[in-house]
Design a protein around this ligand. Structure first.
Ligand SMILES: *Cc1c(COP(=O)(O)O)cnc(C)c1O
Length: 360
């Protein structure tokens, strides 16, 4: 049976990437051993590290004003590292909260220093992202933090909001590389790999060099962005296999035509699923307001919880896995990350039509 993998993360990876990794697993480039078994100081791994950074920058059109770092601890570590590095005493960090991950990021910053909520769409459990005009900044904030796609509620900014005169930091864990965006609006952005970039274990951080210079210098070395930049992400042992996989995924994105091709593909995929919600005559109720709908995580409810349970188990029986909503919100969540094929969205939309016809 074909498996359609709607898992929210760790999530589906491109088949071609898995096959390549399998083919190279026992003998990487004629060395008679796996990349898993080699020193991170080997020329083989150094080439992977440099290539992954170069590909990441090329795909996003990032100038040399930015450094790209491969770190560990997931996006959750970044929730703490951003304020540890930049929320200096006397300053305030502003947070735009559009869902559960933004709340988590804010919670961590509160442990470090003074924070303010610049905008929140918590009312109604985050059905939309705030309008840019709702954002109220503190006087001279250290930075303002946004979450470009809220994975749990399924709301996404259509575009990076233009916020002038303050460094903007973005958690892009669940929509990085899904479409082109203006990275020059961001002083720092980060993404755990396990949604759109590769396996769990590596977090990509892109940081403007000028912004990095403002980071405090009195931190433990391992928590300092400067340490990782100075050492080309090789300060300590990096997650070599995860970075290797990341490089293969980026190569796969390049081969498909880069971010604009990815954007078209993702728009088509998401449209298939949202159309099934919209034509169901209210049987499926989308969580997000139409203007904030996420192309990565489509969230919706059914008339009652027992139908939702049935939906998940009948879908599973047809090979569609990972559709249960996050435990904090319930309902259904279909994660439609880059590597998910269009045919999986088609299969889901057909299943949704049939299920609604049967139970509606
Ligand atoms: C998954 C996710 C996180 C948490 O990532 P970890 O790797 O588990 O720390 C944070 N932010 C967003 C937007 C996510 O999707």
């Amino acid at each position: 049976m074909t498996i359609h993998n709607f898992n929210p993360g760790p999530a589906v990876l491109p088949r071609a990437v898995l096959e390549r990794a399998q083919a190279e697993l026992l003998d990487y480039q004629g060395r008679g051993m796996s990349i898993l078994e080699m020193s991170h100081r080997s020329k083989e791994y150094e080439a992977i590290n440099a290539r992954a950074e170069a590909r990441f920058k090329a795909l996003l059109g990032l100038s040399d004003d930015y450094r790209v770092l491969f770190m560990q601890g997931g996006a959750s570590a970044q929730f703490a590292l951003v304020p540890l590095n930049f929320l200096v005493p006397g300053k305030v960090a502003d947070y735009v909260v559009s869902g559960s991950w933004g709340e988590k990021a804010l919670e961590e910053a509160r442990r470090v220093g003074r924070t303010a909520v610049a905008a929140s769409s918590a009312e109604g459990n985050y059905r939309r992202v705030p309008a840019p005009a709702e954002i109220r900044l503190s006087e001279e904030p250290a930075y303002v933090h946004i979450t470009t796609n809220e994975t749990i509620q399924g709301v996404q900014w259509a575009d990076i909001p233009a916020i002038e005169g303050v460094p903007v930091v973005a958690d892009m864990s669940s929509d990085i590389m899904a479409r082109p965006f203006d990275a020059s609006r961001l002083a720092l952005f980060y993404a755990g790999a396990q949604k759109n970039l590769g396996p769990a274990g590596v977090t990509v951080v892109a940081i403007n060099q000028g912004f990095m210079q403002q980071a405090r210098a009195d931190l433990p070395a391992i928590f300092s962005y400067k340490t990782h930049a100075k050492n080309n992400s090789l300060y300590n042992t990096p997650p070599v296999f995860a970075v290797y996989m990341l490089d293969l995924v980026l190569e796969w994105i390049e081969a498909l035509g880069g971010l604009s091709a990815m954007a078209e593909r993702n728009a088509r995929k998401a449209a298939l699923v949202y159309a099934a919600i919209d034509r169901s005559g209210g049987f499926y109720r989308g969580h997000a307001e139409p203007g904030s709908r996420s192309q990565m995580n489509a969230t919706f409810r059914l008339p009652d919880e027992s139908l939702e349970k049935r939906f998940v188990s009948e879908a599973q029986a047809e090979g569609m896995v990972g559709l249960a909503g996050h435990r904090s919100v319930g309902g259904i969540r279909a994660s439609l990350y880059n590597a998910l094929e269009e045919q999986s969205c088609l299969a889901l939309a057909q299943f949704m039509d049939a299920f609604a016809a049967k139970h509606g």
